[in-house]
Design a protein around this ligand. Structure first.
Ligand code: MG
Length: 387
């Protein structure tokens, strides 16, 4: 038997150069890290960044952060961690089919929600209001702040020291609204995001459309017949019916929905890249607009589903109760610490000296899990609780 020779980083980079599409990002072409480091013997740069994200504290906290449904309602609903893993899975499948860089897609997908506050969008909305007049809060920008400043892996510097491409893609995955969470100066606002970043935005959409619909049906908030009124609901049922016969199980309809969305995403994107003659990352950067996306048909059907989720699920009175409560809760935590900075743990007081009180308290509260926020609330407001 011939000896087994492990694949080194350079061999893997050669493989990327050979096998990826010409418009994909390549680790070898990365602009590198703010603090230069020697390359790893067998991991290309984006793969190394992905591993740093997986090993971060903020990543582990995703387990106890709410997606849409409050975790206490049952163990089968999605949390931010399972949502994140679904985004990474959808993203990798589509990246492989399109010849894009899977390591980069996976790194960005795993980091994309690190900046979300506890209690889902309600918590983030509370911080947006608290930070008005203090520089603002926006969760994509906060995700970048987490990997750039709040995580610690080396006592000599703050952050994970990720490559430029991963950091930029975390930030630019979504066309960002103006204002909210200050930005580092090193990004060109005119340059369009890499295809890998654009893909994570769509993978996020595929994942949440499918799982929010599934969670809504499971919880009884949305009846089956309402799903059949939707174009995507009908199409998914039809596809699942071809495999499972009439009245396919809910699980089969969810996989069918993901499959038809991902298939459309891959085919429509491939057609658009060919039509626009995109041949390099420079072409991607210079293109005015997004290249990764659904076909017109499916985009319209996805918009219909989104609207339905908005009206019937995200605004359902049971969800709204938790939403209002969560906002009050997060606002109370923020206000309590800003009014009495001497209640902050010492490392956060030092951080407040460096970057300002409101910003530091926002970082502290945004990083909390739902569980920690509940405990903190009791410690601060319950008269007989140990501080
Ligand atoms: Mg997400």
């Amino acid at each position: 038997m011939p000896p087994v020779i492990p694949l080194g980083r350079e061999a893997l980079e050669d493989r990327e150069a050979r096998d990826l599409a010409p418009f994909a990002a390549r680790s070898r072409d990365s602009r590198g890290r703010a603090r230069p480091e020697p390359d790893h013997p067998y991991r290309p740069r984006f793969a190394r960044d992905r591993d740093r994200i997986v090993h971060s504290t903020a990543f582990r906290r995703l387990e106890s952060k709410t997606q849409v449904f409050i975790i206490d309602e049952g163990d089968h609903y999605r949390t931010r961690l399972t949502h994140t893993l679904e985004v990474a899975q959808v993203g990798r499948t589509a990246a492989r089919a399109l010849g894009l860089n899977e390591d980069l897609v996976e790194a960005v997908a795993l980091a994309h929600d690190l900046g979300h506050a506890p209690f889902g969008h309600a918590g983030s909305e509370a911080l947006e209001e608290c930070l008005r007049g203090h520089g603002g809060f926006e969760h994509n920008r906060q995700s970048l702040r987490v990997v750039d400043l709040l995580e610690r892996r080396d006592p000599r510097y703050r952050g994970l020291n990720l490559t430029f491409e991963v950091r930029e893609s975390i930030l630019k995955k979504k066309p960002a609204p103006a204002g909210g969470t200050p930005l580092p100066q090193d990004f060109d606002p005119r340059a369009a995001p890499l295809l890998e970043a654009q893909l994570v935005d769509l993978a996020d959409e595929v994942a949440y459309l499918a799982h929010d619909l599934d969670d809504a049906v499971r919880s009884g908030i949305l009846p089956d017949r309402a799903v059949r009124e939707l174009e995507l609901g009908r199409r998914a049922e039809h596809l699942a019916g071809e495999r499972h016969g009439d009245d396919p199980p809910r699980r089969a309809r969810v996989s069918a929905l993901i499959e038809l969305l991902v298939t459309d995403l891959v085919e429509a994107t491939a057609a658009r890249l060919a039509r626009e003659r995109v041949r390099s990352t420079a072409d991607v950067r210079a293109f005015g607009g997004r290249l990764v996306g659904f076909s017109g048909d499916v985009a319209r059907a996805a918009a219909e589903l989104k609207e339905r989720l908005f009206e019937s699920v995200y605004r359902h009175w049971r969800v709204m109760r938790m939403w209002r409560k969560a906002k009050r809760f997060v606002t109370a935590l923020f206000t309590a610490h800003v009014e009495a900075p001497d209640t902050l743990p010492p490392e956060w007081r030092r951080w407040a000296d460096e970057c300002g009180l409101e910003r530091a308290v926002c970082d502290y509260v945004a990083g909390m899990t739902d569980r920690f926020a509940q405990q903190e609330f009791e410690r601060l407001f319950h008269p007989f609780e140990k501080p």
